[in-house]
Design a protein around this ligand. Structure first.
Ligand SMILES: O=C(O)CCC(=O)C(=O)O
Ligand SMILES: [Fe+2]
Length: 248
């Protein structure tokens, strides 16, 4: 497959043939494959809201029923964490891996530092994200100063971006706005503000990446917000330092 060349210090919307590689072709394929899954519904920051059956959410998604727990889903998209150690979501791990491999092929500096190691407690920061038509995702920067990719599988979304130098973006015009269509992958560089509006009910896959170039920032951010992750990152960095010392 061809190398994916783009400036990864700026937001990008890339047309990739990756949707052709997915094992399902439509939302109904997706829901019939994973409908039984007992999924964790999280808010946009990854905080757990509650658990739900994907089947219930499918009806809501298709606008055939109210949200299963209205207060939890009102104005929210559903983040379904994809994890190798969870039998329901594990099959989706290969999609996440394929997309990530495709993006980093020939660009090793785009790899996520955590993905270089196999230890079970390492978080993979990967999700399927499901949202209804018209849902707005408020402007935010992704967690801990990670970069991320977001591959749309079904639907249409409108994205707006603001530069990372801004501390407040209220009433500032976005520097870039575009529509994402199925098969297109949005690249979100570290600390770029972004907001999303769902033009259709949509399903996407997404993964956050700790890039080498911003690892100091991520570590500081994790130390203050999520010490558990900071400990894992420190351990990984220590292993790397020792590896270098052994070679020297
Ligand atoms: O719903 C979306 O696709 C946007 C998701 C997003 O920005 C996030 O999960 O951080
Ligand atoms: Fe985001």
């Amino acid at each position: 497959m061809a190398k994916v060349d783009f400036d990864d210090t700026r937001p990008a919307c890339l047309s990739l043939p990756i949707c052709d590689m997915l094992p399902y072709r439509s939302a109904s394929d997706f829901f019939s494959e994973f409908g039984d899954a007992d999924i964790e519904v999280t808010d946009g920051r990854g905080g757990s809201v509650r658990r739900s059956r994907l089947n219930e959410l499918a009806k809501w998604w298709q606008n055939q029923s109210a949200a299963p727990t209205e207060e939890a889903l009102n104005g929210n998209v559903v983040h379904w964490p994809i994890r190798k150690d969870d039998s329901h979501s594990a099959p989706l791990q290969s999609v996440i891996d394929d997309v990530t491999r495709h993006l980093i092929d020939g660009h090793a500096d785009r790899s996520c530092i955590f993905d270089l190691y196999e230890f079970t407690p390492i978080p993979r920061f990967a999700w399927a994200i499901i949202g209804q038509k018209s849902v707005p995702v408020k402007a935010h920067q992704d967690m801990f100063g990670t970069a991320s990719w977001n591959l749309l599988f079904v639907g249409r979304k409108e994205w707006s971006f603001w530069g990372p130098e801004l501390s407040v973006i209220e009433s500032v015009q976005p520097s870039w706005t575009f529509e994402q269509r199925p098969g297109e992958l949005v690249w979100i560089p570290e600390n770029w503000w972004h907001s999303v509006r769902y033009k259709d009910a949509s399903i996407c896959f997404s993964k956050n990446l700790i890039l080498r170039r911003s690892v100091d920032f991520v570590l500081q951010s994790m130390k203050s917000r999520a010490p558990r992750y900071a400990h894992i990152l420190e351990a990984v960095l220590l292993i790397e330092q020792r590896g270098k010392a052994d070679v020297a």
